[in-house]
Structures are given as C-alpha cells and as structure tokens.
Design a protein around this ligand. Structure first.
Ligand code: 16G
Ligand code: ZN
Length: 559
C-alpha cells in the first residue's frame, strides 16, 4: 500500500482526457477511443479495492448471516467488436457475471472524481487499506491493451489489491477463471474447479469429447468431410481455438485425423474486427473478406465468426466466395440448444417419470427474429422472455429458470443452470449422461464463442445436420433491416422496460403502430444505443422490400 499523496500524484500524471464530460459505464463497461482510456484505467484500478469492499459489506448486511469469505473479482481490458482505435474495460462479479448497478454507480463516481481529493469521497470513508481484495486480470490483443493493464495494476496495487495477471485471454476465459476461483460458493461438486487458462482449455476439451461420445460418436471417430472454419477476427479467439483443439486432439487420440476445427484470421493477419468477425457478418450479411482466399467449396461451407474478445459467435454458410448463403445468428443457436435440451429432458422423464421437474426458458431481446420467438413458443412450447438489450439484462432474466437459455441475435449468449438442475442432472445421468456433461461444456458466466462453437458442432453432428440443414429445418427468418439514425442527443428516445415500445417522444409509438398495422406480420421498434450516440431502428416484415421500406420510414420518424 502506498500513501494517499502518492496515489494522487500518480492520478495527476494520468489525468482524465476530457475535463467536462462524465465518463459513463455503458452497456458493457467503459469503452472509448484509446486516448481516453489511460486516466480511466488507473482510476478503475484504484476503485477496484473499493468495489470489492462494498460488495463484501453488502453481502454481510443483506444476508445478515454467516460472514462470507471475501471472493475474487475480475477485470477484462478489451473493446470487444470495436476497431483497434478503441479500448475498454469490463468488471466481473465473483460468480463471473457483470457487476450490479450499485457497483457501476460507485465505479463511475470514483472514476469521474475531478478534484483529486479522493479520500474525501464518501466511498472511501472508513475504507480499510489492509485490503484483502484479489482481482484476476486479462486483456485482448490490441496493441495498447498491455499498457492499459499495467495502469490498472498500478492503481489496484496502490490500494493494496492483489492482482493476478493472466495475460492475453478471451473475455469468457477471464469470467470462467473468476467463477472457478470462487468455485465453493457457486459451483456444484460435480464441476471440478479450474481457475486458469490451461484449466479452461482442459475443461472445454474434455467436456466436448464426453458429449460427443454420448450423443455424436461419429464426430470424433475419423476424418470429417467438412471441417469448421473459425474466423477469429484477428483477435484473441485464434490462440484459444488452437489450444482447445490441441487439447481435444491429444485427449481424444485424434492425432491421425484431419483437424475438425480450422482457426483462421489470426492476430496480425489484418486489422482487428475489420471486414471480418461476427459483427461484420451479422450486420453486413457478408462473409469475412479472408473467406475468398480459402478456396473453399462454398456449397460445403461450414464457418463461424467470433468477435475481438471471443464472447460472441455467429455461424454462416457462403453461397459464393463473397456472398453469404445463410446466417445462423444467436436466435438460431438458442433454438438449436433449446431443441436439444427438450429432447434430452423428454428422454429423461420417459425413462424415469419420478425425476424432479425442472423449468426451461429462453431469453431474447426485441432484436430476436419474430420467426424464432414463434418457433420457440409454438413448436417447442418453451416460454420466451424479452428483456432490454445488454447481456446483463438477459443473464439476470435467465436465472429465473432451472435451464435459462439466453442469446442476443448478435451471437452473444449462454445457458445458466440452477442448483435444482444440477441435482436433477445427477439423478438423470444414467438415462441421459449429456444432461450432466452440458454444464461443463457451457460457460455459465457469460457468452463464450469457443464454448458455443464446440456445443453447436456437437449438436449438429448429433442431428446429422449441415449448416444448411440447420438454416432450413427449424424456421425461416423474417426479412429484417437495422438502421442507425445520427441524432444530437440519443436520450430523446426513451423506451419501456424491454425496449419493445417507445415512450418518448410521445408521438413516435402511435406512428410506429400505424406502420405495423399497415403491414400484417410486421414489427418495428426504435431505441437509443447504449454504446454510440445514435438511435437504432429495427424492422421485420414478410418480404425484404417491406422490411427495408418500413425501416426507412421508421428512421424518418425518429429525425
Ligand atoms: C454491448 C453489449 C451487447 C449489446 C450491445 C448493444 C455486453 C457484454 N455487450 O456490446 O450485449 O448487444 O452492447 O449495443 O453486454 P447498442 O446499445 O449500441 O445497440
Ligand atoms: Zn465481445
């Protein structure tokens, strides 16, 4: 611990760039052009000790029972799918989820304190400098991430925080490491704790092999005709996929087989997230540009794209070297997982009707294609909840189910399991071993592209489906269009709780309702972005022309 005067001196050396604005903790952390991040990172480091202290104190007062031992937290330095000129920072709760609103508020207050009289800050009054706080840190491949990490560490160590620097990680690896370092509090005994990068790769590799063994043995016995090409967006995903693949190859005795996964587009091969990655594929509806260089037979293509920190994934098949045949987004992934769980559950109850009942639900946002929501509700008869955009909102809603599947259309999502589910799965194990294996392959902390691609691959092998089968055998997406509208102040548009209706300006929703009643089976909504100063417009309709026209009209209404 260093004396307060020295902390203040360090803060003076790294001031906040913009003196007049309040830096906000957006949908997914502080994220700005990199020149703003130095001052922010140092202050997040300083704040880290206080966050853990507050969380710990709150646990004590809220539960009023046994004092919980203090648990590790985490920090990830990344700007996800944004280009190299941005960086950012996200914090992780001890269970690997995003920090709650009251901690975001504390963090924003500390980071934005301009007068440097930090120790008069209410959050610091009574702060015990013999901090026992411990933070796990990881960062992405951006050229400035390592420097920003060292500023975080400087701030945190000044406050007596112990920092474990894991180096370059995917975002979901960091969250997994944090969760597993607090395993006793959050994981059932059936999941062995593995709080490290190597442990993560071993856990993923062995769970994938176990799952294939019971539901798709053909996946791991011999050469695949079509390997899965993974577009790593020139980011952290590349090394992660390589390591998990090598784990699977060695453990599964697959050294003589052709690899079933081919990581492509490694760091250095091009600018991060530029003309590649999940955001590009999902929003531009185009294959990443490197795809044309692979010389793949487009008719057989089996590909996926992850984003710059590998917490999102979409799958695609090309129709030619630079055209997309099908896009398999987060909605399609959620439905595939839901369909599999449902089949396994009915097998389990068929084998033993006395098994305890578990609930299953799917959480989506207003961006979910209407055809996916309808398929889930009508065909699979699974309840669907719609929440506000942003993983923390979906995650929270998913916890209401024993099996809570959540995905944003952009490919960010996962499955969370209740304690009751784990007990059920251990009883159902002899009939349905997959039910017990899945919580080890799925990263319950946060959306995880590497975990998702292994899961999807095992399920496609199980159903004996190609990507094209997956695209056509469930439901057909309604044509949709997204537009962004540049505005002076995005806050003029305000929505209801799940962003399906506009409340402000008051004239907007009636006009949107009129648009929708003119085209049966259509839907449109507008919301203020949580990451850019724009208003986003979404429209879907039975035909492409109608969807495009509707989006254009709706965008005109926002101006
Ligand atoms: C952030 C969110 C993502 C959301 C997106 C919406 C996390 C980890 N990421 O990237 O889930 O879809 O923001 O952006 O929560 P928007 O508010 O600009 O539309
Ligand atoms: Zn991301």
């Amino acid at each position: 611990t260093i004396p307060p005067e020295q902390i203040i001196e360090t803060m003076q050396q790294h001031p906040l760039l913009d003196e007049s604005t309040e830096y906000g903790y957006g949908t997914a952390g502080f994220r700005f052009k990199v020149e703003h991040m130095d001052g922010i990172m140092l202050r997040v480091g300083i704040a880290s000790a206080i966050l853990q202290y507050e969380l710990f104190q709150n646990t004590k007062t809220n539960t009023n029972t046994n004092q919980q031992p203090q648990q590790d937290m985490g920090v990830m330095i990344t700007a996800s799918h944004n280009d190299e000129s941005y960086n950012g920072v996200k914090l992780s709760n001890p269970d690997g989820s995003m920090i709650p609103p009251h901690l975001e508020e504390t963090l924003v207050a500390i980071v934005n304190q301009r007068d440097l009289d930090l120790f008069q800050n209410t959050h610091l009054k009574g702060f015990d400098f013999r901090s026992t706080a411990k933070f796990h840190v990881g960062y992405d491949t951006r050229s400035h991430s390592e420097r920003l990490t060292s500023l975080f560490i400087k701030g945190a160590q000044a406050m007596g925080v112990t920092v474990i620097n894991h180096g370059v990680l995917t975002t979901p690896m960091l969250h997994h490491i944090v969760l597993h370092s607090n395993a006793k509090a959050y994981l059932p005994a059936s999941i062995p704790p593995c709080p490290s990068r190597a442990g993560y790769c071993q856990a993923m590799g062995s769970a994938y092999l176990e799952l294939c063994n019971v539901v798709a043995p053909c996946a791991i016995t011999g050469d695949r005709s079509t390997p899965l090409l993974v577009d790593c967006a020139c980011g952290v995903g590349y090394k992660a996929v390589q390591e998990v693949l090598s784990e699977i190859t060695i453990r599964g005795n697959l050294t003589t087989c052709k690899p079933f996964l081919v990581p492509c587009n490694e760091p250095g091969e091009g600018p991060l997230n530029t003309n590649c990655g999940s955001e590009h594929v999902q929003k531009q509806l185009k294959p990443p540009t490197w795809y044309s260089k692979t010389g793949q037979d487009a008719a057989k293509s089996y590909c996926c794209s992850v984003d710059g920190d590998a917490d999102r994934i979409v799958f695609f098949a090309a129709s030619s070297s630079n055209e997309l045949g099908s896009l398999l987004d987060g909605d399609k992934i959620a439905v595939l997982i839901g369909k599999f769980f449902q089949a396994e559950l009915s097998k389990a109850y068929g084998g033993n009707p006395k098994l305890p009942k578990v609930s299953m639900g799917v959480v989506q946002t207003a961006y979910a294609n209407g055809a996916s929501t309808q398929y889930l509700e009508k065909n699979l008869k699974v309840p669907v909840v719609i929440t506000k955009t942003g993983v923390k909102h979906l995650h929270h809603a998913a916890l209401e189910f024993d099996i809570g599947i959540y995905f944003e259309a952009n490919g960010h999502g996962t499955v969370v399991f209740s304690q009751a589910y784990h007990e059920f799965a251990s009883q159902a194990k002899s009939i349905c071993p997959a039910l017990e294996i899945l919580p080890r392959l799925i990263n319950p902390a946060v959306g995880d592209a590497v975990s998702d691609l292994l899961l999807v691959d095992a399920l496609l092998q199980h159903f004996e489906w190609t990507v094209q089968d997956w695209a056509t055998k469930l439901y057909t997406d309604l044509p949709s269009r997204q537009l962004k509208v540049q505005v002076k102040d995005r806050s003029v548009v305000q929505c209801n709780d799940n962003e399906t209706k506009c409340l402000q300006p008051t004239t907007l929703q009636p006009a949107l309702d009129q648009l929708m009643s003119d085209i049966p089976g259509s839907r449109t909504f507008c919301r203020a972005s949580g990451t850019e100063n724009v208003v986003r417009v979404y429209a879907e309709a039975p035909t492409r022309e109608q969807a495009d026209k509707m989006a254009t009209i709706a965008a005109g209404l926002v101006h």
